[in-house]
Design a protein around this ligand. Structure first.
Ligand code: SF4
Ligand code: FE
Length: 480
């Protein structure tokens, strides 16, 4: 298994083509726009070597028997699913942000289970191919990006009905050696600092959409692949200094890109679905549920930091003993632990798939993610309430260091007398960083938008059973 430093060095070996702020980036590894995201992902490698976390972050491969990172593991029990959540919470407590590696982790598990069932039904050999790729990922401790979301164009039209056929990734050519794909993947968390992208379809597909039913593994620096990096709230502050970023080492959220696939060749041994449109829906659903499962892990770890920062702000402001402050902080803990409960529940209630790998309880995973779209906003609202309006009006780090203005800011931004002004400013910037803009939108739309969860909640709700329960008690005879 790699250390964080070895992971960062491995990125230097790649020829990843990245554009940001209208420029081609030549050394992304040391660039202040990207380095915080890289540092956050590196924590998943470093913590695997810390004895305290060994049981959570490392595991024995069911394929080779070797010790591997859990991020490359296929869940062999519901206990594995529970450990995943505990691991995500621990890592998020350290980074205070998204560490990106779970998306590819979920893609691996979704493909493992789906290719098995596809081969059983259709006589294809995708699972065998996939297992070989998985062994390579485990052996080399690679980070993969889960590349599902297509740009989607007109949301009212199917992929094959779009005016521009590239709105969903599709196969444009098949040869004896492999396939050629074209299109783009949007909102790609952590992709610029991954090794591979795991491409999957983004919606259930019909017969007419067969060319869009494609799953495969592509190196992030393969010919024809390039990445256009997305902006985040206050990202330019990273280019200026440290304090104003709030979390200089690890940034805001994952670091997303639009990844363009301009006629990319993929050899057959890296192709795991090609034309089997009837299995696209299963793959999408498996991936979505595995990823929704995570949010009571990582977001709860992030909330642990927000709650700690908010409590510190109350102390620095001299209001920690006020009963309404205590009550609001209690509410923050309640909301956060509710998300954690849901993650543990959907994991503990997971079941075995035909491949032997374990899958989460899909109803509970979707309920969890729906809660996250609300609870994180409420946690952040309470953090703003308690921290105070100055988190939105603070002058810059440069003004605090300026000979003329610095002493005045030092004097007038002080709270309680025994806490240095700088601590109060640093904590305020951390709250600002973790509770606004990009971080909030990620909680809403990451792992799928709220309506996607509501569709699955209703589908999984077993409404006929509920109606039968009611009819029985009401004394109404069974109907057809
Ligand atoms: Fe992992 Fe959470 Fe980031 Fe998704 S949002 S990649 S689950 S840390
Ligand atoms: Fe996410």
């Amino acid at each position: 298994m790699m250390t964080g430093t070895e992971y960062i060095e491995s990125l230097r070996q790649l020829k990843t083509e990245i554009y940001a702020f209208g420029e081609k980036i030549t050394n992304f590894v040391d660039h202040p726009l990207f380095r915080p995201h890289i540092n956050a992902a590196a924590v998943t490698y470093d913590m695997a070597h810390e004895p305290e976390f060994e049981d959570l972050i490392t595991v024995k491969s069911h394929l080779t028997g070797k010790k591997i990172s859990r991020f490359t593991h296929i869940h062999q029990s519901s206990e594995d699913l529970v450990k995943k959540i505990k691991m995500l919470r621990m890592i998020a407590q350290r980074t205070g942000t998204c560490f990106q590696r779970c998306v590819g982790f979920d893609g691996l598990n979704a493909l493992y289970t789906t290719t098995y069932e596809m081969d059983q039904a259709l006589g294809t050999n995708y699972h065998t191919r996939f297992v070989e790729f998985l062994k390579y990922v485990q052996e080399n401790d690679l980070m993969s990006a889960g590349s599902m979301t297509d740009p989607k164009g007109d949301r009212g039209l199917r992929p094959s009905q779009q005016a521009d056929p590239d709105m969903y990734v599709h196969v444009v050519k098949r040869t004896d050696e492999g396939i050629v794909i074209r299109g783009a993947k949007a909102h790609q968390t952590g992709i610029v600092n991954s090794h591979y992208m795991i491409i999957m379809p983004t919606v259930a597909l019909g017969e007419a959409d067969r060319d869009y039913a494609v799953a495969c593994a592509v190196p992030v620096d393969a010919p024809g692949v390039f990445h256009i990096f997305g902006r985040q709230t206050n990202d330019e502050r990273r280019l200026e200094g440290e304090i104003d970023t709030g979390n200089a080492r690890y940034a805001v959220v994952g670091g997303e890109a639009l990844t363009v696939l301009e006629d990319v060749f993929v050899p057959w041994d890296k192709v795991f679905m090609c034309g089997e449109n009837q299995y696209a829906g299963m793959l999408v659903e498996r991936f979505a549920c595995y990823h929704r499962q995570n949010y009571g892990g990582c977001k709860c770890g992030v909330s642990d930091v927000i709650i700690g920062a908010t409590t510190a702000m109350a102390e620095y402001n001299g209001v920690a003993k006020a009963s309404h402050i205590k009550d609001k902080i209690t509410e923050m803990v309640h909301l956060s632990e509710t998300m954690y409960c849901c993650s543990i529940a959907c994991s503990a209630e997971g079941g075995k798939t035909p491949s032997g790998a374990y899958f989460v309880n899909p109803l509970l995973a979707n309920v969890l993610k729906q809660n996250v779209t609300r609870h994180i906003y409420e946690i952040c609202r309470l953090a703003h309430d308690i921290a105070g309006g100055f988190i939105a009006t603070l002058p810059s780090e440069k003004d605090f260091k300026d000979a003329k203005t610095g002493p005045y800011l030092e004097k007038y931004f002080r709270g309680v007398s025994d806490v240095p002004t700088e601590y109060r400013v640093r904590m305020a910037r951390l709250v600002e960083n973790m509770t606004g803009g990009t971080a909030l939108a990620e909680s809403m739309h990451g792992a799928g938008s709220p309506q996607a969860q509501r569709v699955m909640i209703m589908r999984q709700s077993n409404m006929e059973h509920k109606k039968r329960l009611a009819r029985r008690l009401a004394g109404i005879p069974e109907q057809d």
